[in-house]
Design a protein around this ligand. Sequence first.
Ligand code: NAD
Length: 340
Amino acid sequence: MLNIGIIGYGGMGSYHHRELIKKEDGVQVVGVYDIKKDRLDAAKNAGLKTYESLEALLSDNVIDAVLIATPNDVHKELAICAMNNGKHVICEKPAMMSTKELDDVIKVSKETGQVLMVHQNRRWDNDFLIIQDMYRKKPIGELFQIESRVHGANGIPGDWRHLEKHGGGMLLDWGVHLLDQLLFMVDSPVKEVSADLSYVLGDEVDDGFIAYITFENGVKALVEVGTTNFVKLPRWYVKGLEGTAVIDDWDLSGKVVKQTGVIDHHNLVPIKAGQGLTKTMSPPSEDATTTLPIVEVEADYDGFYQNFHDVVENGAVPIVKNEEVRDVLALIERIFEVAK
Ligand code: NAD
């Protein structure tokens, strides 16, 4: 059994990780450290051991690994301190504030032999798994355009996410998830990047962004995070050489339209469009296409905690590799740079 100590018992530490770990074999939460007394009280009320200091948690031999779920600016010092005290580390995303910080932490992981694994949990999202499966198996041909968006209308939530010194802003918050999914899926180096960050809410950090990414294999992607979108665009819109797929939301509503017959370009029937007529924008004839529902697919890799357990206990290959996490952070740095 791997005993986990949670550092940072806020939204993610208490609700997500605590609940998730309860369902896992081979891992359990045994204790909590947080700088806030009310969060320690909450942990105590949930039946967990609490520690009054970081040192107290790290010197407890019962704990094998820590889970860092604090604001982003303290991930580095906590991860290094934990590994130097003989603990493995699960770190929340974004792993660090920069590639330089991550390099320092990876160095300590190598020196101490302690595992460092970043919680890129959205590699297991159902909507992502479906698009990843389409990318690999090509049911609508080679995907050449991938649009991945998340839209909300509530602005930047919480407190520290508004501040640059804590690693706030939407590129580091949601961007890191969407970019991680994209780089995990597309098996080609990034060639070109252009981007625009949004500051319409007047915060010192971005409240959203749009990035255009071209890969060396020719695939083009648009990644967008918005917090001022009262009407959402679809979570995914992807075009393949033989069709188009749309996933509207996390409920997996959407459809796949596949070309299954010949489109008669010479005998297109014009449709009325606004104050004019168009053949170009008329829908393809019904016998040229087939509309299919979105079908769920299973991940062909273990769950996050199961994999972490196997990496620590049996030397398994991590699903979230630190080099991949570094590539995503490097892409984020490039997006900040080109958006200037
Ligand atoms: P939060 O503000 O709800 O909780 C953070 C907690 O950390 C608070 O209780 C705070 O008191 C505590 N804390 C701050 N500094 C500390 C320190 N030095 N030592 C110990 N405790 C400290 O924030 P959150 O939404 O839970 O986010 C925490 C982390 O989880 C962030 O890195 C965030 O990006 C990440 N996160 C990941 C996901 C995901 O889907 N993977 C979702 C949400 C948040």
